[in-house]
Design a protein around this ligand. Sequence first.
Ligand code: M6R
Length: 579
Amino acid sequence: MCGICAGIGSENQIEKVVRGLKKLEYRGYDSCGLAYINETKNLEIVKCVGGTENLENRIDKTDFSNVVIGHTRWATHGTVCEENAHPHISFDGQFAIVHNGIVENFEELKKQVDVQLKSQTDTEVLVNLICKQSGTTLEKICNACQKVVGSFAIALIENGKDEIFFARRGSPLWIAADEKGVFAGSDISVFDKNFKKCFCLEDDEFAVASLKKVEFFEKNCKKIEKKSISVENVDFFDGFSDEQTFMLKEIKEQPIVLRKTCFNLFSSLDDAKICELKKFKKFHFVACGTAYHSCLMGCQFIKKFCKKQCEASVASEFRYADNVLSKNCLYVFVSQSGETADTIASARLVKDAGLSVMCVTNEPYCTLNSLADFVLPTFAGKEMAVASTKAYTAQVFSLLIFALRLGGETIQNTLKDFVQAFDCEFDVDKLCQLVLASQKVFFIGRGQDYVSSLEAALKLKEIAYINCLGMPAGELKHGTLALVDEKSLVVAISTQEKTKKKIESNILEVQARGGKVALISNLEHNVDVDLKLTLPNFEEFLMPIVSIVPLQLLAFEVCQRLGFDPDKPRNLAKSVTVE
Ligand code: M6R
């Protein structure tokens, strides 16, 4: 679950590759590093624990290289330390490699290569396996890759040579070429804005890039001609100015994102498409993390507006479950990145069964979209912070519009008025103080508010490291109420008239046990609480988009006050590209 980037060309590639790595840090930031061929044609390695800012401090600014490979790591094999950071070199110092993926049979291959390893990584085994094969460098790589069980995208350089070798199985790898050279990376955001055409390396394909060109090969080393892809509508995102954190920036962008979604979605969901999708009798949503919460919300909308059966599954469960797949069902895979391993594997499973796949993604050129019969794009723009905020509201809003269109509801004007009025201004100071003064935090709600409680709890755990729980309000007294005491805070979300009285009862039950209560609601409630955060009033089905914003801000504020980095929470990566 890492990012790789590589450049070869007439200009100095070091800065370009570091800049590419910065854009890939969403794939992991435990450590990072570069390998390059220096001006005397020798292999140099610079690596460090932590993000690219640490790497920049280690690089000699006067160094020049035409041939550079780089890596940003999320640890899978071995702890976070410099020895385990990529690039890794072969025992003879001849080859350096960066790798994204997992070599599943690395213990077995380790015995085969039989060399003293410096790290605990599967990648060091792989570079030594390559080194020990016979033939040209390309043949060595092809042979070694045949022996690997697992996934990989690799870039490899050789001491003294102006070439970069690439291979891929399972993990994404994009390559762009022009008169200045060849550039490659785990996603296309690493390319300069001017790159209009690029190549997507497919599974079991190989590439060799030199200063002037790139050539492609099959696994038997036979040369192949590959068609380039025209790239459009990519958010290359170049804004690394550090005025504010990405998370706060992205929370504040939500009004614009909703306006864009409203404007664009009515055209992507044309009548013919809606007519085609209406034939499905059932829907099954599949995703991970925050995107799974969007799925739960999507299910509520489908049931409400389309009166059709709908269920949602966590992708890591779906892919190993005894699913009863049906041709009457539309399988919907939701993912910000479109690169989440479990979601992709689940979509493949449905695709392989010959059934219909719809993907709701935020990255137009992602792996998930390549499996889709129908793509519903979200218009959140590049999301950099690990904690998903604007992508979540974009997903929820898109799924709402999808359900409304499918259900034949014509409420375009309501939506237009909503996006004009929607803003993100909430004072969460008092709520933040209550959270910081509590030992336990529970978010409760019913129906759509239950889903929001799950999402609120995930945000607070993820960036503020607070052990909290989101749960259905009605479930409290089936066990969890035993945890509630005077050190507990229960945050109740209430946006639906039909469950308003029920939430009030739940609040009284918490208070009877000495627990503090914060109520987040747009409704008139007849109950005394420690804090009421009043939400602006919109149609009930729009309230999940409104109520989540103060809860995103809450997580952000608590995180800041505890002195943590909201953009790069510990142990996590934005895109979970391994199982
Ligand atoms: O890129 P995806 O939407 O597939 O990512 C799914 C989850 O990994 C992601 O939503 C994760 O839970 C977020 N970090 C939550 O804020």
